[in-house]
Design a protein around this ligand. Structure first.
Ligand code: AMP
Ligand code: GLY
Length: 423
């Protein structure tokens, strides 16, 4: 098969690393890709939402399968675009159709789905600018902290957690009336606050059957001890040590099974990854969000633990034969530590030379915001590289990543040294 991966982050480098190990993969393309994907694939400078240019590339190169990394093109209907085109409809697309991608594209849609299928989640109500006063009244019935979620995609910034009632009311007004997140906050979901430790569960589905991948926990805040601004993710650990058999059974029975059955009942066509964000309330898992793709940096720890041929799994998803695949998981732990540009997630410089990567031999280096410029490896984004290591437990794996980070350098490099502090 000729395979195209859409995206340019550490997640897509990890997909490329894994898929390129498969004998089923003849030619591999990544659009637009980065300096990491260039090592094992052909990068093509096309944006993930430029469907016409993607079509031309797919026809030119005889591409048989498209693996979609980020959520945007899925919510924008890339899978439907392929199905609705006579010349493209034979191409297998890994990622749900637009109707199902609403699970990530609309918080309200996701909440309605969860309630309809009796899947544990926080109580909620949603509001628009026409009933903002009702929103204030609803906030008054809740206890602090208050959780406000912009309904639409807001690049990971659309969730606000506020301790003060007046501040929550002001923010609600800003979102609904003053379009704080543009059209993403035309509607706002206000949700009961759930107090507990978070973990994520990753599921593969062909729309009928499912397979569960290792759990992971990511670290979203920039500062140690989970302080400071939210980021795309500063690192991840897999599997989550407290996700024992008992908890995994609860997650499967109460959440995964009704989710996949719900997709079928509601006629939501889904071939791809479901990333379920969970929060533990006591010993019980609750869903806080669905994402319709893999996580970044969770991919950088989950895929290295998968022993199967990923292209074979994707082929089975395309054919609707996922039930015939036996998933094999490495029993070790994997961790990844994200190296970021100084200043991130606020303003930061780009184009800074990265040296010493070649000295790292016993960790996996996944490039994110990095590119080649005049034969030099330089930074090109906030999250620059993810250093993934294996270990008998997550502490051993972390030690290896931290040791290897010492071998590489770029000016103002920053990373969190406390991953796993809460476990
Ligand atoms: P989301 O984009 O829905 O994942 O929300 C971003 C983050 O906000 C989550 O990772 C949680 O840390 C937090 N969060 C979201 N919903 C809730 C909730 N109902 N209770 C507590 N924390 C929440
Ligand atoms: N690391 C969180 C995400 O990919 O959404």
């Amino acid at each position: 098969m000729n395979i195209l991966i859409l995206g340019s982050g550490g997640r897509e480098h990890t997909f490329a690393w894994k898929v390129s190990q498969s004998n089923l993969c003849k030619q591999l393309f990544v659009a637009p890709g980065n300096s990491g994907t260039a090592q094992m694939a052909t990068n093509v400078n096309i944006g993930v939402n430029d469907f016409q240019a993607i079509k031309t590339l797919v026809l030119d190169k005889g591409i048989d399968m498209v693996v979609v990394g980020p959520e945007d093109p899925l919510v924008n209907g890339v899978h439907d675009f392929f199905l609705n085109d006579e010349r493209l409809k034979h191409v297998s697309v890994i990622g749900p159709q637009a109707s199902a991608a609403q699970l990530e594209g609309s918080k309200e849609f996701a909440k309605e789905f969860l309630i309809r299928h009796d899947i544990p989640t926080a109580a909620y109500q949603s509001f628009t600018k026409d009933n903002v006063e009702d929103g204030f009244a609803f906030l008054e019935t809740l206890k602090a902290p208050y959780v406000l979620k912009a309904d639409g995609l807001a690049a990971g910034k659309g969730v606000l957690i506020l301790n003060d009632l007046d501040e929550a009311k002001t923010e609600l007004k800003d979102m609904l009336v003053d379009a704080k997140f543009g059209t993403a906050s035309t509607k706002v979901v206000i949700e009961e606050f759930l107090d507990g430790i978070e973990l994520s569960c990753f599921v593969l589905t062909d729309g009928k059957d499912y397979k569960i991948l290792p759990t992971a926990k990511d670290y979203k805040r920039i500062g140690e001890g989970d302080t400071g601004l939210n980021t795309g993710g500063m690192g991840a650990i897999s599997p989550v040590p407290f996700a024992d058999e008992l908890l995994m059974n609860k997650i499967e029975e109460r959440i995964v099974k009704p989710t996949v059955a719900g997709l079928q009942k509601d006629d939501l066509p889904y071939k791809g990854f479901i990333f379920i964000g969970l929060i533990m309330v006591g010993n019980d898992p609750f869903v806080i969000e669905y994402n319709v793709r893999m996580g970044d940096p969770e991919t950088e720890v989950v895929l290295p633990l998968l022993k199967n041929d990923l292209a074979e799994i994707f082929r089975a998803i395309g054919n609707g034969t996922l039930k015939d695949i036996d998933i094999e998981i490495d029993q070790r732990s994997a961790v990844t530590v994200m190296l970021v540009s100084g200043g991130y997630p606020e303003a930061y410089d780009k184009g800074i030379e990265i040296t010493g990567v070649e000295n790292i031999t016993d960790s996996l280096v996944f490039h994110a915001g990095a590119k080649m410029d005049n034969n030099k490896l330089v930074t090109s984004g906030g999250r620059v590289m993810a250093i993934t290591s294996y270990g008998e437990d997550y502490n051993e794996a972390l030690k290896k990543s931290y040791q290897n980070i010492e071998k590489l350098h770029f000016d103002k490099m920053y990373y969190r040294k406390d991953l796993g502090f809460d476990l």
